[in-house]
Every structure is written in structure tokens, then in C-alpha cells.
Design a protein around this ligand. Sequence first.
Ligand code: SAH
Length: 258
Amino acid sequence: MATETMAIETLTSQKLNADTHLTKDVQLNADEAELQKFADLSHKWWDINSEFKPLHEINPLRLHWIDKLIALQGRKVLDVGCGGGILSESMYFKGAEVTGIDLGEKALNVAKLHQLESGAKVNYQYVSVEKLAEEQPASFDVVTCMEMLEHVPDPAAIVAACAKLVKPGGSVFFSTINRNPKSYLFAVIGAEYLLNMLPKGTHDYSKFIKPSELSTWARQADLNMADMRGMSYNPITKYYSLGDDVSVNYMMHTVLSI
Ligand code: SAH
């Protein structure tokens, strides 16, 4: 573990030096404090008993849902805010050609190291979704942006950039956390304070997003909502399941107008 951590630190400082011009010159739609939270946990991305346990547990559910709707085999997929690559790798193993982007250098380095072990071949890049949208518009069959919108200053701009990156008729998938008293109780008090599933301060309630808000931003970007699914956690059985209850965690499937 010590060697792996050192390797991550070395790669990270090289990457930071190489990218200094990018972070200084471009006005990023990113919250430094949010990125730092993930950076501090970066060595734990693939530890299924760590703070990332919920992402590991929901991954088969969301992967299966996405695959059933659009059949990932042979698709060109972009995973926005890919973190350590939990979803990216699993989509690769379903036969997709996957690019993963994030503004967390440490997470990307973990993702790159992990695929040396797993044999996945995801193309990881440190680039903002807005910049990639300018460089490669309409070039992906599918874009996924999961559990990330609630961590950025201007989520509507991320939604618009995702829309710009997908081909006409292509799919964009989002997942985030609803904003209401129940989601506050479950996602903040429950997960961070009672169950200790997540570090305190992981989520900022004011940044949670109602499905009506997300679908409005999507529509403004020519993305039409095709489907929505709730992801519910049962604290007694400790299992997540998919269903119609979108009051806390939910996913949205949108399709770009042709
Ligand atoms: N999508 C992954 C990881 C979710 S955690 C999954 O669901 O498994 C949130 C991720 O969003 C972190 O890796 C964090 O670094 C990234 N992130 C936060 N703000 C970002 C931004 N503005 N641009 C790109 N990635 C961002």
C-alpha cells in the first residue's frame, strides 16, 4: 500500500506540473474544496469497505440499468467525473470503448494504476467537460455523469456540455441526490452521521438537485428525459435497490434531439 501511495503521489506531482497552465488559465466550473475532499480519499477508491463502499454497491445496479437501455457493447462512451474508474471500468468490461475524465488528478492516477491490475483499457484524461465539449463535439454515443453534479458550482453548464459531447440521438445518463427533508435525513444525517458510511461534510444539502431542476437543465440543452429510476438504501438489510422512489438518490436517462 505504501508503494502504491508513493506512486500515486509521484504521478500526481508530475501531472500537476504538466497541467499548471490549464488550472491557471481556464475558469473551471469546479469547487476546489470538493475536489480536495475526493483527493484526500483517493487511495481508497478501490477499497470496497471504505468511504467509496456505496459507489461499489450501486455500481452493478446502475451498470445493468444503462446496459439494458442502450446496450454498451461497441459503444463509444464518455464517463464525466469518473473518479477512480468504478463505473468506467465496468462499462469497458461490457464491451464499450470508454473515455473517463475528471478534474481530480489523484483519482485519475488511481484509475490508471488500477487498470494495470484489472486489465481494463479506459482512456483516462485530465480535462474539464466544457473544454472537451469544445474540442470534440457530437463524438460520443453515450455520456455518463454520475454522482458528480451535486459537487459542482454550476451543474446546468455541466449538463449542457454533456449534451454537446453526445451524438444526435445519443444518450446522456445523470445521477444525483434529490433535495427535500427525506434526502437530507438519509444522505446527510443517515449516511454521514448515523451509519458513518461517508465522511462528515461529503454532501452539501443546498447543492442537491430536484428531478424537475435536472430535467429543466436537460431540456434547455435539447436533452429529452426518457426514463428515471430511484436508488434506495435499506439500512436494515444494508442493500440498495432500484425502483420508482426518486426521493433520495436517482438516475435520469436523457436522449439528445435528432
Ligand atoms: N462518477 C463516479 C465518481 C463520483 S464521485 C462514480 O459515480 O463512481 C465525484 C467525482 O466527481 C470525483 O471523482 C471528483 O473528483 C469529480 N469532480 C468533482 N467536480 C468535478 C468537475 N468540475 N469536473 C470533473 N470532475 C469533477
